[in-house]
Write a protein that binds this ligand. Structure first.
Ligand SMILES: [Zn+2]
Length: 231
């Protein structure tokens, strides 16, 4: 892509960099020991996910994507959103990416850890590179759903508590359909916390099944997000 400024100053470099977007969003990448654990591609996936989330949040709070993202997660210069790449084992005997560790685990409202051994969706015989990229971005959006719920747990009417009361939403129904398993359900569990993170993903992209369960998921988010965000 060629970028031109002031009519004649053109370059083949994109005007915005990983560093630019990450600092605007307030996202930091950390890894225990391995400096190369985060590839540029992985960082761009995080940025793509965060901008998608910010755009949708901003539609509710009437802010630009960057401000909406920072406000929702309580990001400040001394409180970044930390994306870790590590072993993703349990901490104090709980949580983590499972055994063997795959994917990611959200530790709090500004802390997601990815399993360094298998952080994202690999390319495979039934999963071309573009699909693997999209599914990996969806996985990150799903984790942002967990992180958003974590930011709300000091309130009694929080996303987890409310979806736990919605029997129809603690199912595998209502998610957008896809030829690629897991595209709209990065975690197929019907536990309330995974149901919320999956429903958050559908809400961010405006993609639910075209049935009464899909409508219920959309209505749940359209009822909840303005209340949760504007308090
Ligand atoms: Zn999850």
């Amino acid at each position: 892509m060629q970028v031109c400024a002031d009519g004649d100053q053109c370059s083949d470099t994109l005007p915005f960099s990983i560093g630019y977007y990450s600092s605007q969003l307030g996202i930091k990448y950390s890894s225990s020991g391995d400096q190369n654990a985060w590839s540029d591609t992985h960082k761009w996936w995080v940025i793509a996910a965060a901008i998608s989330v910010g755009n949708r949040l901003g539609g509710v709070t009437n802010k630009d994507a960057i401000s909406a993202f920072r406000n929702a997660y309580g990001i400040h210069p001394n409180k970044p959103f930390v994306m870790e790449m590590g072993s993703c084992g349990p901490r104090d005997g709980r949580g983590g990416c499972g055994d063997p560790a795959v994917g990611a685990y959200t530790w709090g409202s500004r802390d997601v850890e990815f399993s360094v051994t298998a952080p994202f969706y690999p390319v495979g015989p039934n999963r071309p590179a573009t699909i693997a990229a999209i599914m990996s971005i969806h996985q990150i959006v799903h984790e942002f759903g967990h992180a958003f719920a974590a930011s709300q747990t000091s309130y009694t009417d929080n996303p987890y508590a409310e979806i736990a009361l919605q029997k129809d939403l603690l199912t595998s129904s209502g998610y957008q359909v896809s030829d690629y398993p897991g595209m709209w359900t990065p975690n197929s569990s019907t536990a309330y916390y995974e149901s919320f993170a999956n429903t958050f993903l559908g809400w961010v992209y405006g993609e639910f099944a075209n049935d009464r369960y899909g409508t219920k998921r959309l209505e749940f988010m359209e009822d909840g997000m303005p209340r949760w965000l504007n308090r």
